[in-house]
Design a protein around this ligand. Structure first.
Ligand SMILES: [Cu+2]
Length: 83
C-alpha cells in the first residue's frame, strides 16, 4: 500500500474538505481512507498502487484549490487494515 499526502492551499472549512475528498475518490478509484484537513491544509489517502503525481495535480487543480506538494510513501498494509 502507498500513503499519499498532499499539501493543498485554499481549504477554508469542512465543505472544502468534502469537495477535495470527493474529487480524489472519483478520480482515483482505489483511494481509501481519504481525509482532508483545512486546519493543516493537508489531504491524504492510501491506495494499492502508487498514484501518478500528474493525475493528482490535475484533479486538485480542477477543484480550484492549489496543490503545493504531493508525496507517496510505501505504507505497511497491516497498519491500514483496521476499519
Ligand atoms: Cu470551505
Amino acid at each position: 500500500m502507498y500513503k499519499t499526502t498532499m499539501k493543498i492551499d485554499g481549504m477554508m472549512c469542512g465543505m472544502c474538505e468534502a469537495h477535495i475528498n470527493d474529487a480524489i475518490r472519483s478520480a482515483i478509484p482505489g483511494a481509501k481512507k481519504v481525509k482532508s484537513s483545512h486546519g493543516n491544509g493537508e489531504c491524504s489517502f492510501v491506495s494499492e498502487n502508487k498514484p501518478e503525481e500528474a493525475k493528482i495535480r490535475e484533479v486538485i487543480e480542477k477543484t480550484g484549490y492549489t496543490l503545493i506538494s504531493v508525496s507517496s510513501e510505501i505504507s505497511e498494509k497491516r497498519l491500514w487494515g483496521r476499519k
